[in-house]
Design a protein around this ligand. Structure first.
Ligand code: BGC
Length: 381
């Protein structure tokens, strides 16, 4: 908790409040969990028929995970009898997402499930939704600045970063290393949690001199994360940023030993930049982190081009959100397990947190194949 209190003093304002409340969550130190649940909220006894439209708004089709998320959720809702769904992808564009949501409302959607492109840009359309009594579940990414967000379901985002930071720490032991760090899209509310989780582990090692950052792209505090954020989480932008850093700061045989990548789409671009600069899988290949267990990245892990990924079983998130939809629809109490961490600047949004899991080459089969997330044949195993 102390790590966050310092931050509150340094930063002030709503962002810091959100950040600090994260510190106080029991789920942080307890490692997060999808297990114990409290019943909370409820939808005021309102009942919504199973033939009502459920709107699902996802940020982009260009990243594997959101395709998987959308498909899983539709399938799960169907299996529960909610046959009318509208699944829309917003091409990572805020305005497109708002107008898609507006259309869902016009078409009579009773519940909206939204993974926001920009966590701060949906206030007007959510007010329209609230005026019509439409309930809103924030999916994976918190929606900020609006009182009209009823529930939130996500993986423990700070824990994701901690898993990445601790993985790096355990890999480097006490050796001195060169590290490069990346952060996620500046408009994604999750990105600061990922960065903070990792930086709380790594920044002290930078300060102690064990880790050097040749590019100097190393925020002095967690609040500086946007300076190394990759807009839209694109692989291409991560690749060219990594290429620039390798060209500019790694002359004369200097090698990068560790790259903190917050997710798999960035790790894909970074691995390409490493390959182009002559880094080959093997003992001296950099430690490279990721998140999502995207297919291409799991293959890269098998090939030795990425060291780990943080797996978030999107099926579990879909199941949880489908359960929330049903609880709202039937007027039941809605299961949440965190009612203090996720302050969106206006209110604390009751949240269901799931636990993320580290996957390395050694446990791909045990975790990703045996669970049915991937077929062995897809991975060439
Ligand atoms: C999600 C990550 C994902 C990233 C890019 C984040 O909000 O939590 O799982 O990698 O967006 O799509």
């Amino acid at each position: 908790m102390t790590r966050k209190l310092t931050s509150l003093i340094a930063a002030g304002g709503a962002a810091a409040l959100m950040f600090t409340t994260a510190a106080c969550s029991s789920s942080r130190d307890g490692g997060g969990s999808g297990a114990g649940t409290n019943a909370s909220g409820g939808s005021g006894g309102a009942t919504i028929s199973k033939s009502s439209l459920i709107g699902i708004s996802m940020p982009t089709k260009s990243l594997e995970r959101w395709n998987r998320d959308g498909a899983n959720l539709v399938q799960k809702l169907k299996s529960m009898g909610y046959t009318k769904t509208s699944l829309q992808y917003a091409d990572n564009k805020t305005e497109q997402q708002s107008s898609q949501i507006q259309n869902m409302i016009n078409q009579g959607a009773k519940i909206l499930v939204i993974a926001a492109v920009d966590g701060t840009a949906l206030t007007p359309v959510l007010q329209t939704a609230a005026n019509k009594g439409v309930k809103v579940i924030a999916y994976d990414r918190l929606i900020n600045g609006s009182k009209n967000v009823d529930y939130y379901a996500t993986f423990d985002n700070y824990k994701v970063g901690q898993l990445q930071g601790n993985f790096i720490k355990s890999k480097i032991g006490s050796t001195k290393v060169n590290l490069e760090a990346f952060a996620g899209s500046p408009d994604d509310n999750n990105a600061k949690f990922f960065f903070s989780g990792a930086w709380d582990v790594l920044n002290p090692l930078i300060k102690s001199g064990q880790i050097t950052v040749p590019s100097k792209k190393a925020p002095a505090t967690n609040d500086g994360w946007k300076s190394i954020g990759i807009q839209g989480w694109t692989s291409d932008a991560a690749q060219s940023e990594m290429q620039n850093r390798l060209n500019s700061f790694y002359g004369g045989g200097k090698k990068v030993n560790v790259v903190l990548s917050p997710n798999d789409s960035l790790a894909l671009g970074i691995a390409q930049a490493l390959a182009a600069a002559g880094y080959k899988p093997g003992a001296s290949y950099p430690v490279l982190t990721g998140q999502d267990a995207d297919l291409a990245n799991v293959k890269n892990i098998i090939a030795g081009k990425q060291s780990m990924t943080v797996w978030k079983d999107t099926r579990a998130l879909g199941n949880e959100v489908a359960k929330m939809v049903d609880q709202i629809a039937t007027g039941a109490k809605v299961d949440v397990n965190d009612e203090k961490t996720y302050n969106n600047g206006i209110k604390v949004v009751p949240t269901y947190l799931l636990a993320p899991v580290v996957v390395t080459k050694d446990d791909i089969k045990a975790k990703l194949v045996d669970s049915g997330f991937y077929q062995a044949s897809e991975l060439g195993l």
